[in-house]
Design a binder for this molecule. Sequence first.
Ligand code: NAD
Length: 462
Amino acid sequence: MVFRVTNPASGKVITSVAAGSSKDVDIAVNAAKQAYKTVWGLKCPGVTRGRLLNKLADLLERDMDELAALEALDVGKVWDNAKNVDVGSTIAVLRYYAGWADKVHGKTIETNDKKLAYTRHEPYGVVGQIVPWNFPLGMISWKIGPALATGNTVVLKPSEITPLTALRLADLINEAGFPPGVVNIVNGYGHTVGQAISEHPLIEKVAFTGSTLTGRKILKASAESNLKVVTLELGGKSPTIIFDDADVEQAVKWAAHGIFFNMGQVCTAGSRIFVQEGIYDEFLSKFSAIAKGLGAATGDPFTPGTQHGPQVSETQFNRVMGYINSAKAEGATVHVGGERHGQEGYFIQPTIFTETRPDMKIVQEEIFGPVAAVIKFKTEDEVVEAANNTAYGLACNVFSENLSRALRVAHSLEAGTAWVNCAQAGEVCVPFGGYKQSGIGRELGEYALDTYTQVKGVHVNI
Ligand code: NAD
């Protein structure tokens, strides 16, 4: 069985890829288990694991242009961004965890009965990893980097919408010299391959990035199989809050980046922009100018000068247009955009709505597209309450030149990441994850090492 891969800029099928089955997952898990027991895990020194991760990063650096081209073709990312952000950050993440591979330490503990006690941070064994389509290569690096550094072997499923860079990465993993069975990439659908990973009794942990709906299914499958440990990176509805005392030029620039980067297909997209009344008009006029500029620079991801590409697929295009149409029907005002761009491919104009109400779908639900709701507010208390009025808790952005206020508000918002006077600033060394229904556990930074190891307490009678 195969599934088709479409170029979202043209809507045309570019290739097809073999769709795995639950039997393929079983074969992969057994290979991963064997590799864990014989050549990886406790059998492979951290320094060797780190060297291999660094070698893989070297190969990605060598093939940056090609990988960026695949990402642009498959996802519709602007080629420059695919190269510098997607491939660039993937390399950085692999190198960061390569550095940790020989630095995973336990503690010695003084016991009351004079025994020697110490802790070991041991790998789980085989971990399952399921990733989405919005940063195909980047999300894989967030998963395999800490998993391999800490000695786990991996069975990974890319999104069926964007399998191409994962396939190329599999070649590079072989070329880097990872022993067979350490990394197993199985392409396929969620309800087959993804489900089989979530249920497999030899997988001890699953790490998932994707929608909250699918996250629930994975948690349930884990509970009903072998109670595997589950970490979830899920959806968001992040607020951007701009106070009267903000540097407006900077706030406009970051707010636009916060919602329009990657065509709005970012889990941390700042889709609800709260602007204090004193600067509302100035903000809206400058923010609209940026959105219109992006609209004018919309086009093929490979054309120099393009700044805004298509949505990833026809399904996502229809989903985002559905939100735009529902907002129009519910009485919100289209301030900029609100239509498809061109007749070919899945392009949507950067869109700004005003005059929204808190109960509208575009204010409550994750859109995952280039659609912002700009909302006027008066007081700090009022905006904190409104910003927290969501089931999600992934990220927030606060703009103010008054540092006390900015930090006070950042601390009051229910979110796993707070950006102060910036947006979408992903740093590999800083933990990332969600409050509320945006997730369970943390990725990136030193924290990710804890989520890929289990602690053993050893007592020694001396
Ligand atoms: P999705 O949940 O539809 O799919 C994600 C992955 O899960 C895909 O590989 C898919 O095949 C697989 N899957 C689907 N059904 C499954 C099942 N029953 N069992 C196991 N696996 C299954 O999400 P998507 O549309 O690919 O990505 C968009 C979503 O991802 C958005 O909600 C976005 O916010 C979220 N996301 C979150 C983060 C984060 O770090 N928090 C990052 C990127 C994307």
